[in-house]
Design a protein around this ligand. Structure first.
Ligand SMILES: *[C@@H]1O[C@H](CO)[C@@H](O)[C@H](O)[C@H]1NC(C)=O
Ligand SMILES: *[C@@H]1O[C@H](CO)[C@@H](O)[C@H](O)[C@H]1NC(C)=O
Ligand SMILES: *[C@@H]1O[C@H](CO)[C@@H](O)[C@H](O)[C@H]1NC(C)=O
Ligand SMILES: *[C@@H]1O[C@H](CO)[C@@H](O)[C@H](O)[C@H]1NC(C)=O
Ligand SMILES: *[C@@H]1O[C@H](CO)[C@@H](O)[C@H](O)[C@H]1NC(C)=O
Ligand SMILES: *[C@@H]1O[C@H](CO)[C@@H](O)[C@H](O)[C@H]1NC(C)=O
Ligand SMILES: *[C@@H]1O[C@H](CO)[C@@H](O)[C@H](O)[C@H]1NC(C)=O
Length: 789
């Protein structure tokens, strides 16, 4: 109740940097709270709102005061309200039997021409799922973000049919936003929600950098919406890079825009993007009524995470999933450290970010004809053989970059400089060092800079006009040895866009990692998608726009890729539940890159990616359309999870609107029918249940193969599953035991069902934990997450 408000973020990197130090302002004695009442007890929204006012009036004394304090009534997707309350009013409300939880309002942070071809969805190939799904026509993707720039070419509605008949939402007019002009057959809904933020703030918000409407002043929402469902636009590039036709994942899907994130001008003229949880929850409430099929949220909270019934996104998405709406959320940009993943509720699809097999390499050819590839966003002409120098530092431990070298003009002019970053620590510090070095080299008349840096560092600022080429220490060292080996070292620099083979795909440095810090037995993230250097539409208020498009990186960018793919799957399989869609994505994901190379994870040391980096792997849309078997979860499965998490009967009964009595012996979270198995504390042998539903050919036989995690024995019973036209769903068990009685870290493997056509693979992640743990498992609490180790 009195927990400090968590800080929420939009999950793109620049926004993330802007969001540093963002803390909720708490009014002295009263602040916005969300009073969550669970599933709607009846269907009449008007009566529900009346009941919310009555409930509030009983606590605050009068109907008039209740009306004044009320911020929102949630009455479409679930029941509850947001209101300005003192601590003691909140406490009293929380004690009422009809109230599930009272949650203090919190602030969220918001955390590609090529990306779709990379995922196997080029628009030319006629047989691919883009065509089988009519490019997502008829499916509505709701985007809860910073709004939309409706004039962008990416939102043209050329060739689109009428607005889908199940759409019940609206387009609001407002500041520089006219529903008649700005909504079309692509953008079919556009609304804004700001009351939660306003009432939270106490003093008036300075919105002079905003539009009081669904129009996007920031660019983030336009970028994510166009990535999910942008229409075809030809001849798009960013400063000549990544040139081509741009489109979203589901070019014929429709967009419903819910603006909840606002560019607020703070004291000292700092622009901060703020999204309040009361507003996010109102967006869910309306979207569930409006008829969206998929929701995309590039928004998240930071550690420590809140339990499901304390987290607005978890609550909103629970009710969405209960109505068959898939919710796709960003994993966060707090990688590569472990246990940083957010949006961890098991009904959400949580998306990590990967690089693509496209990059902007510059080839570096030395005078001895050795050629290396470095990364640069340099678009200028080739630099012919120029002199190459390495100015030795007086103080090799100096952190200030090239500024601490007094670069001698006569020494540097006309030459290419090699520079080693020696700073460790934050990406920002490395970025500053490189920026300083670059400025010093340009100042001294150099013609190029080769920066050697730790390969784990996330790619830091690129400069389009000057060749600043990044290499890792290994390549940097080879260049240095060359310089020292010859009297007249020379180098040639040649920029090009490289697509395909030579580059392996990696999980991005910044992408938040598992294990899940709330429920370690639930694997998070679920899946990865491209999130580095994604080209998409932006707001014309965005200072970095270039012809209406910009490059951006973050799990914010990977999330709408998956939302677009979900729209394609929905168009092909309208009856698939959110759990089936998630299973199809996870079990078919790429564990190797499209070129067959294993997928690495950027991090403190170069390592192969494991499920805590990318869940099942990198999303593979064509295979996901035909997964063979799926791990489905219905209402009973979610109730089992809520029981396993220790929520009491009365809470669960309200949340699911079904009389619930949890079994005396708590169910195991491990038995939730997820497309993954994660055992945080294997001790005695354990047997886990799963069931699979055949969505492929009715007559099929699947056999199990197991990649056993190191130090364990795994068996599956039965080891073959025989389906026919009457037997569509089969149960099986997996028994896992530890070989050695010792504590270990996590080891990984997989369980794969194969019928000769499909490979249905789920990741296994196992850690063995022995003393001082309870040998009999009687007090094991899978939800606690606090394992002595
Ligand atoms: C919106 O645009 C329509 C069509 O151009 C125009 O008739 C209407 O007056 C505009 N509404 C507002 C509020 O500007
Ligand atoms: C908002 O901030 C700008 C810049 O500091 C200032 O010019 C303007 O008057 C402020 N507006 C309000 C409503 O405070
Ligand atoms: C593509 O865009 C470039 C730069 O904006 C322009 O020069 C060129 O004419 C365009 N090509 C076509 C076919 O529109
Ligand atoms: C580099 O390659 C060129 C052309 O292939 C050749 O003429 C030259 O001798 C080579 N230089 C060295 C140092 O191998
Ligand atoms: C259920 O749990 C909530 C929160 O812990 C608590 O407030 C409520 O009193 C409990 N209800 C029952 C019937 O135990
Ligand atoms: C739940 O139980 C209550 C009392 O125990 C009963 O009145 C109500 O009809 C039940 N509801 C359902 C949906 O079974
Ligand atoms: C399907 O398999 C079950 C169990 O083996 C069997 O009882 C049933 O008759 C089969 N149905 C058909 C249509 O073959």
């Amino acid at each position: 109740m009195s927990s400090p408000s968590s800080v929420l973020a939009i999950l793109c990197l620049l926004c993330f940097l802007n969001g540093q130090g963002m803390i909720a302002k708490v009014a002295a004695n009263s602040r916005v709270h969300i009073v969550y009442l669970g599933e709607r007890q009846h269907d009449n929204p008007k009566l529900l709102t009346d009941s919310h006012h009555d409930l509030l009036a009983t606590i605050v004394g009068s109907k008039e005061l209740a009306s004044e304090l009320m911020v929102y009534s949630y009455r479409h997707g679930f029941s509850g309200f947001a209101a300005k309350l003192t601590e003691s009013q909140a406490q009293k409300l929380s004690e009422l039997p009809s109230v599930v939880r009272v949650i203090p309002n919190s602030l969220h942070k918001l955390q590609t021409t090529r990306s779709w071809d990379f995922l196997g969805l080029p628009s030319q190939s006629p047989s691919n799922i883009l065509h089988k799904s009519s490019m997502g026509d008829g499916v509505i993707i709701g985007v809860i973000d910073s709004g939309i720039w409706p004039e962008s070419k990416s939102f043209n509605h050329n060739g689109l049919g009428p607005v889908p008949s199940h759409w019940k939402g609206i387009c609001e007019s407002g500041d520089r936003s006219n529903a008649t002009i700005h909504c079309n057959r692509k953008i079919i809904g556009a609304r804004r929600f700001i009351d939660g933020l306003r009432k939270e703030h106490g003093k008036p918000l300075n919105l002079s950098a905003e539009f009081l409407s669904s129009r996007d002043a920031h660019g983030h929402g336009t970028h994510t919406a166009s990535t999910a469902a942008g229409s075809f636009v030809t001849n798009v590039s960013y400063k000549g890079l990544g040139h081509g036709t741009i489109k979203g994942g589901a070019p014929n899907a429709r967009l419903a825009i819910y603006k909840v994130c606002w560019n607020v001008l703070e004291d000292g003229n700092a622009l901060v993007l703020r999204c309040s949880s009361a507003d996010v929850l109102k967006a869910f409430d309306e979207a569930l009524h409006d008829g969206v099929d998929v929701l995309s949220l590039s928004i998240g909270s930071s550690i420590p995470l809140e339990q499901e019934v304390h987290d607005d996104i978890a609550i909103g998405s629970f009710h969405a999933v209960a109505r068959g709406i898939t919710v796709v959320c960003a994993a966060g940009n707090h990688g590569p450290l472990a246990e940083t993943v957010s949006n961890t509720a098991p009904w959400i699809i949580t998306v990590a970010a990967s690089t693509m097999d496209r990059s902007f390499p510059t080839s570096i050819t030395l005078g001895n004809n050795k050629t290396f590839l470095g990364q640069a966003m340099f678009t200028g002409p080739e630099i012919g053989f120029a002199s190459l120098i390495y100015p030795e530092l007086d103080d090799p431990t100096a952190d200030g970059g090239c500024q601490s070298l007094s670069l001698d003009k006569t020494m540097v002019a006309g030459k290419v400089v090699l520079y080693f970053t020696r700073v460790s620590g934050s990406t920002a510090a490395i970025g500053t060092a490189i920026t300083n070095a670059l400025a010093a080299v340009i100042e001294a008349g150099g013609v190029g800079l080769i920066v050697a840096k730790n390969p784990s560092d996330f790619s830091v600022p690129f400069n389009e006009d000057f060749p600043c080429i990044q290499v890792d220490y290994e390549i940097g060292t080879q260049i240095l040895f060359y310089i020292r080996s010859t009297r007249f070292p020379l180098v040639k620099l040649r920029p090009k866009t490289f697509i395909g083979k030579p580059l392996s795909v990696k999980v991005a440095y910044f992408s938040s990692r598992g294990p899940n810090s709330i429920t370690p037995a639930i694997l998070k993230p679920d899946i990865a998608a491209p999130g580095v250097n994604i080209l998409a539409a932006t707001s014309l208020r965005d200072p970095l726009w270039e012809g209406g498009y910009r490059m951006e990186s973050g799990t914010s960018m990977s999330t709408p890729h998956v939302a677009g793919i979900v729209a394609l799957l929905k168009a092909m399989h309208p009856n698939w539940s959110p759990a089936v869609i998630k299973s199809a994505l996870v079990t078919t994901a790429w564990r190797n890159g499209p070129s067959g190379l294993p997928i690495f994870a950027e991090g403190s040391s170069q390592k192969l990616a494991n499920p805590f980096d990318f869940g099942g792997g990198i999303v593979n849309p064509s295979e996901a359309a035909d997964p063979g078997l799926v791990y489905d979860i219905g209402k009973a499965g979610y109730i089992q999870y809520l029981c396993a998490m220790g929520y009491n009967n009365s809470d669960i009964t309200r949340v699911v609107k079904q009389n619930t009595t949890c079994p005396i012996k708590k169910p195991s979270i491990l038995d939730m029918n997820l497309p993954s198995i994660t055992i945080p504390n294997l001790n005695n042998p354990i047997t886990i249940e799963r069931s699979v539903t055949n969505v492929g050919a009715p007559e099929s036989i699947y056999r199990a193969t197991i990649e056993t995690p190191f130090g364990t024995i795994v068996s599956v019973n039965p080891s073959a599953l025989v389906f026919n036209s009457t037997v569509r769903k089969l149960d099986f068990t997996i028994t896992i035991s530890a070989i050695h009685r010792m504590n270990t870290g996590y080891y990984f493997g997989s369980l794969c069902w194969a019928d000769g056509v499909h490979l249905v693979r789920i990741p296994l992640s196992v850690r063995t934990v022995f003393a001082p743990y309870d040998e009999n498992h009687e007090n094991d609490d899978w939800s606690a997450g606090l394992m002595p180790f």
